[in-house]
Ligand binder design. Structure first.
Ligand code: UD1
Length: 366
């Protein structure tokens, strides 16, 4: 059976890695890995392949950056000949980035079966580009691998036949479970806990400059109490270029380049609180039991709220400040790493990719 995987952007890599690994352990499976090149910087791509021990991509479409239409169209036209030439039995797409929906569309038009890993998530916010990508990819896919039961419910509500839906758990957590012990070697000696960890890259936060300025001022204020570590996504870096975010001798706001997987995981594990707009980080902090404040009005990952680790602070700067201070005041003396409990979310157990591999083998070649 020939399975072709499509990855393109940073959050795809930690999802595809365990599936590639689980399928490599099976006999009779041939795999092809296609990188669309949506993310191309070393810090956004290559370093993840190394740390996650992923094979080199068999081909790179080198689509690069552009508007949504340009980027999606570039994947559509570059990926079609690859599918025609390589003739996979099935194509796996991951998450909700532009590369995901473009690859799914190519395959469905060519009559090649598509499996969507991380299916069924819904923020119900169609201003979010990822929500459009999720809705379309799920409609186009033959096999829908969901990370949590809410995904199944969303798909059923949209009329997806239950025979296409497979609740397998969270592949991103597979990678975390495998690499958490190794990440300890990547702790920064120069950074004493407690500290606050921040990531912001969504257009809704970073393309709105007055709001971004307010966020930055809040982070600078928080850094008077605790060091704030902020690895900055390239999109955010461009927006920050003209801002002078902080001044004063008591400010400990560290703006860093994007970090590799292991260093970032170590930072998350030992953070007092994480402030983010990422989807994956809401999940990783839930697994790690680290408090997370999400700078968004909604989330497609409601299970992280139900577990009590994640709180939505929306676009309310006062709420962000109060929530951050509440978490810091509540913080117990025990660090998250010492009190790491087995994760309570069903199937977030490090074995989701094995379940996907089994289902794929059962589905068989075309
Ligand atoms: C994309 C995904 C988002 C995901 C995020 C993780 C979509 C719609 N969005 O957003 O869901 O959470 O990746 O990072 O697919 N850039 C670089 N170097 C790179 C990549 C990008 O400098 O390696 C810059 C470019 O100027 C580009 C901008 O970052 O225009 C944004 O990149 P893009 O791929 O359009 O979307 P992300 O914001 O990264």
């Amino acid at each position: 059976m020939h399975i072709l995987h499509v990855v393109g952007a940073r959050p795809n890599f930690m999802k595809a890695a365990p599936v590639l690994r689980a399928l490599a352990a099976q006999s009779g499976v041939r795999q092809t890995l296609v990188h669309t090149g949506q993310h191309y910087d070393r810090a956004m791509s290559d370093v993840f392949f190394q740390e996650l021990e992923m094979p080199e991509p068999d081909c790179n479409l080198e689509v690069g950056s552009g508007s949504h239409a340009q980027q999606t169209a570039a994947v559509l036209s570059a990926f079609e000949p690859v599918v025609l030439e390589r003739k996979p039995d099935l194509v796996l797409v991951y998450g909700d980035v532009n590369s995901t929906v473009a690859a799914a569309l190519v395959c469905s038009k060519l009559g090649v079966r598509v499996g969507h890993v991380e299916a069924g998530l819904r923020s119900r916010d169609r201003t979010m580009p990822e929500e459009i990508n999720r809705l379309l990819t799920d409609q186009l896919s033959d096999l829908l691998f969901t990370p949590s039961a809410d995904g199944d419910e969303n798909l059923l509500r949209e009329g997806v036949d239950s025979s296409r839906i497979h609740l397998v758990g969270n592949v991103m957590i597979d990678t975390l479970v495998r690499l958490l012990p190794r990440s300890e070697q990547h702790r920064r000696d120069d950074l004493a806990a407690p500290y606050i960890l921040v990531t912001l890259h969504r257009p809704s936060n970073v393309d709105d400059l007055p709001w971004l300025r307010e966020l930055l001022a809040t982070l600078a204020d928080l850094s008077r109490q605790l060091t704030v570590v902020f690895p900055v996504h390239p999109r955010t870096r461009q927006r920050l270029a003209d801002m002078t975010p902080h001044s004063g001798s008591h400010v400990r706001l560290q703006l860093l380049d994007p970090l590799p997987y292991l260093a970032f995981l170590a930072l998350q594990r030992h953070a007092a609180v994480v402030i983010t707009d990422s989807g994956g980080i809401q999940e990783e902090t839930t697994f790690l039991g680290v408090p997370c404040l999400t700078v968004r009005e909604n989330t497609e990952r409601p299970v992280t709220i139900a577990m009590g680790t994640n709180q939505l602070v929306g676009r309310d700067i006062k709420l962000l400040r109060t929530a951050a201070n509440d978490v810091l005041n509540r913080r117990s003396e025990t660090s998250a790493s010492e009190s790491l409990m087995p994760c309570q979310v069903p199937l977030w157990d490090g074995r989701a990719a094995e379940r996907i591999a089994k289902i794929l083998l059962r589905a068989g070649p075309a």
